[in-house]
Design a protein around this ligand. Structure first.
Ligand SMILES: Nc1ncnc2c1ncn2[C@@H]1O[C@H](COP(=O)(O)OP(=O)(O)OP(=O)(O)O)[C@@H](O)[C@H]1O
Ligand SMILES: [Mg+2]
Length: 493
């Protein structure tokens, strides 16, 4: 018998539960604004935490931070406890870790340009095919030289290097148009203005830090502060893709586990798909399909199911549909489409009920123990045990300083990578030129004095040997970094 996670109660008094061993078959929480999506997500996160399953959740408005505090008496909660006869209901706080791409409302989340890879980066920068080609070329040149692409200044330095040496690269790698390089440079400046320079840095996020339980065995609820991130939809969408791909590439295959290893809740999920190219959409579909056997369940939260491409929607086995409005013909079409995704309940007019649902009420269908969708039930969603609404800044500060990862990510490090190597190279070239000029003058002087120059020759042979050895070492490190992670799946090789 599988562990279960309490979702709510049907209007016929039936307990509606999610089976833990089906929770990696993904899910959808949909509904118009203010219909209860966030509280439903918070309640599910509580349930997973109780089962010892860690959660990663996008906190779009900051209101899920309340999950870290025990709830307080609340009229809507009291009403529900009574209505659903939840005799053993109690307020409870859950272990939470806060993350923030900007490092303000949580521990900084970072990655490198290499880890992001050319395909996701192209999506992030909204590049056309030609520009994408140039970016791929830049990655290849860096790779072949063993230069690390860690941060935005590495990428900018590499672009400049490639464009300065376009003539030499043409025969080996293909054409590099100055216009494309210019366009990419401009996009990078925009990205930097949006805070991308904080995201692309080290130390990078260690995925194991998201898969943690506390001393009592409760799953840690990781909350990504996304209110600011949401203002840069492109960065937000790409970030979530990156996280999924990263988990997919790094976690071992475990088949269908008794309960998930990690559950992701992606709020404002439409931003993942908006403006994404066919190639990216195909990859998302693939990752969603395959990540299940790594024990990761993905729950998309969005206003309308039609925000999600069919190929992805078809893989979301557990569905919670809150109310939708049906004012316009287009609304009505969306309601019809949402209703049709459910397995019919002869006692319910699904399409009509979707528009009638109250706040915190939903149509629910979950996968049964054979993986079949249950017939749809009109369900009163359980009230959360934790606080409804956001915590204060000082509560957040206290939780951050006591977290499992306190002090691990705060200090940014900047190791030598493409930018520093290219800067040094320019400097060395200037020095070498200078040294050669001096040597030439001395040589002239020497031959004038009829003396041997064999000493200098020996030194220069040694120098050549060392340089070539360094290049080999550099190459190996660079290759490994660029090809790993997103390289095979999203690297577009
Ligand atoms: N299951 C529930 N139990 C008790 N109260 C609830 C429940 N669901 C929703 N509510 C009440 O309804 C309010 C609005 O719900 P919620 O914030 O979840 O809506 P939403 O769909 O996320 O809205 P938005 O699209 O604006 O983010 C909550 O603040 C809470 O007071
Ligand atoms: Mg909400």
């Amino acid at each position: 018998m599988s562990d279960t996670l309490f979702i709510g109660q049907s209007n016929e008094g039936v307990t509606i539960e999610l089976l833990a061993n089906m929770a990696n078959r993904h899910g959808l929480i949909a509904g118009a604004t203010g219909t209860g999506k966030t509280i439903t997500m918070q309640g599910l996160a509580e349930g997973f935490s109780d089962l010892g399953v860690p959660v990663f959740l996008v906190d779009a408005k900051g209101d899920v931070s309340g999950v870290s505090q025990a709830g307080k008496p609340h009229p809507k909660v009291a009403e529900r406890v009574e209505l659903m006869q939840l005799d053993d209901f109690s307020f409870e706080a859950f272990p939470a870790t806060f993350w923030d791409v900007f490092g303000e409302q949580g521990h900084p989340v970072r990655t490198t340009i290499s880890d992001m890879g050319p395909l996701l980066l192209s999506r992030l920068l909204n590049l056309n095919d030609t520009q994408q080609g140039v970016l791929a070329l830049v990655f290849r040149v860096a790779d072949d030289n063993g230069w690390l692409l860690l941060d935005l200044k590495d990428l900018r330095a590499m672009l400049k290097f490639v464009s300065d040496n376009a003539k030499e690269f043409r025969s080996l790698y293909g054409n590099v148009s100055a216009a494309s390089v210019g366009a990419i440079q401009r996009r990078l400046i925009t990205l930097e203005d949006q805070g991308g320079d904080q995201f692309f840095a080290e130390p990078v996020l260690n995925l194991d830090d998201l898969i943690q339980t506390d001393a009592e065995g409760k799953g840690i609820i990781n909350l990504l502060a996304a209110n600011k991130l949401m203002n840069s939809p492109q960065l937000y969408g790409t970030f979530l893709l990156w996280l999924m791909a990263e988990l997919f590439e790094n976690l071992p295959e475990i088949g269908d586990p008794d309960k998930p290893k990690l559950v992701l809740f992606f709020d404002e999920a439409h931003l993942i798909f908006k403006g994404a190219s066919k190639v990216v959409l195909d990859k998302v579909e693939q990752v969603v399909r395959l990540i299940r056997s790594k024990g990761v369940g993905v729950y998309f939260v969005t206003q309308n199911p039609t925000d999600i491409p069919d190929a992805v929607l078809g893989q979301l086995g557990n569905r919670i549909q809150h109310a939708l409005r049906a004012y316009t013909a287009r609304d009505q079409k969306a309601v019809k489409a949402a209703a049709e995704t459910f397995r019919d309940n002869p006692k319910l007019d699904t399409k009509a009920v979707i528009t009638e649902l109250g706040v915190g009420e939903a149509l629910v269908s979950v996968l049964d123990d054979k993986g079949r969708p249950s017939i749809v039930q009109r369900t009163m969603i359980k009230p959360p045990k934790s606080q409804i609404g956001p915590i204060t800044q000082s509560q957040r500060t206290v939780l951050m300083s006591n977290s499992l990862v306190a002090g691990v990510y705060e200090q940014e490090v900047d190791r030598d990578s493409a930018f520093e190597i290219l800067a040094k190279r320019t400097e060395e070239q200037a020095k070498k030129q200078q040294a050669e000029d001096v040597a030439e003058a001395q040589e002239k002087e020497r031959s004038k004095n009829q003396r041997s120059s064999s000493g200098r020759k020996r030194q220069s042979i040694m120098e050549t040997f060392l340089k070539s050895a360094m290049r080999t070492i550099g190459n190996q490190i660079g290759r490994k970094l660029v090809r790993g992670l997103l390289g095979s799946l999203l690297g577009g090789k």
